[in-house]
Design a protein around this ligand. Structure first.
Ligand SMILES: Nc1ncnc2c1ncn2[C@@H]1O[C@H](COP(=O)(O)OP(=O)(O)OP(=O)(O)O)[C@@H](O)[C@H]1O
Ligand SMILES: [Mg+2]
Length: 278
């Protein structure tokens, strides 16, 4: 590997624009989005519903193509949309577990699609069920799992693809507050041990700040980056940091533009406190 390759970002997005026909009219969804993610970084994207966050991950993953702008994965300027397919681990917004497959067989789906024989894939998955809190539930079916377990099964399926870059679209969105905190702690520890590059979409300010090295704030649709906030809080991090004075400084920095967006896009009073969920 040359020195240049070593410092190349894992993901580099420049001036990405995307529009869709929505309600019969072509509408801009993303406009002029720039983003850079380096090896081993944890980066979050936060922004109002419908601002194009999932669209952006779909573009990075190669499931969709931008109308204009460039997307580089692993420094590969030539990779087109098809070339990016299968290069990242992607946990989409819905857990997409198949109800007719056991938990274990759901987790190996990606490996099987890659051509790994089922028995070998199962052996690989079994090595991780304990770390992912699924031990003893391998033969259960998804309906028998709690929301947190479903998310972990889906997450294990993503991680078994063993990609350097992992894209997580609101992995904890459907969870109650306590399970969510447990999952954040768990993800922090997992990430610290796995040395992956993670891009996470969230609606939760605390989650974004607690987990991330950097947070990208997107405006309401058409989504554009309105703020890039570095979060140089010390690591390893644990959930109780969210009440520290240092954390509050970053939270205030992120909440200020977010709050203007919320007030700017919703009718009614701006009085009262906001929880940090958007
Ligand atoms: N394939 C598509 N065809 C047409 N419109 C689409 C398509 N995908 C997304 N959209 C529209 O683009 C806009 C952005 O969608 P997207 O799912 O990226 O938003 P989001 O920021 O992820 O929202 P949420 O936070 O609710 O998940 C929405 O108005 C959506 O209806
Ligand atoms: Mg989305």
């Amino acid at each position: 590997m040359s020195a240049d390759t070593a410092v190349q970002p894992k993901i580099k997005i420049e001036s990405v624009c995307k529009s869709y026909v929505i309600g019969g009219e072509r509408e801009d969804v993303l406009t002029g989005v720039d983003m850079t993610v380096h090896a081993g970084e944890f980066v979050s994207i936060i922004g109002p519903s419908g601002c194009g966050k999932s669209t952006l991950l779909n573009i990075i993953a190669g499931l969709d193509r931008p109308d204009s702008g460039s997307v580089e994965l692993f420094g590969d300027t030539t990779s087109d949309t098809k070339g990016r397919l299968g290069q990242t681990g992607y946990m989409q917004q819905k857990d997409l577990l198949l109800p007719w497959r056991s938990v274990l067989d759901n987790t190996i789906l990606g490996l099987e699609l890659k051509g790994v024989p089922r028995r070998q894939a199962r052996e690989q998955a079994l090595e991780f069920t304990e770390a992912f809190g699924l031990k003893g539930f391998e033969d259960q079916y998804p309906f028998a799992l709690s929301g947190g377990m479903r998310q972990r099964a889906s997450f294990l399926r993503t991680m078994l693809m063993n990609q350097d870059v992992v894209l997580l679209d609101e992995p904890f969105g459907a969870l109650d507050a306590l399970t969510r905190i447990q999952m954040q702690e768990w993800l922090l520890q997992l990430w610290e041990s796995l040395n992956k590059t993670i891009v996470l979409i969230t609606h939760d300010v605390d989650e974004a700040l607690l987990l991330s090295d950097r947070v990208y704030l997107l405006s309401a649709r058409p989504g554009q980056v309105t703020m890039v906030l570095d979060v140089p809080l010390p690591r390893p991090r644990r959930y109780n940091m969210v009440t520290s004075p240092e954390f509050s400084v970053f939270k205030a920095q992120l909440m200020e533009p977010l709050w203007s967006q919320i007030v700017g896009t919703q009718p009614g009073s701006a009085s009262g406190t906001h929880t940090g969920r958007i």
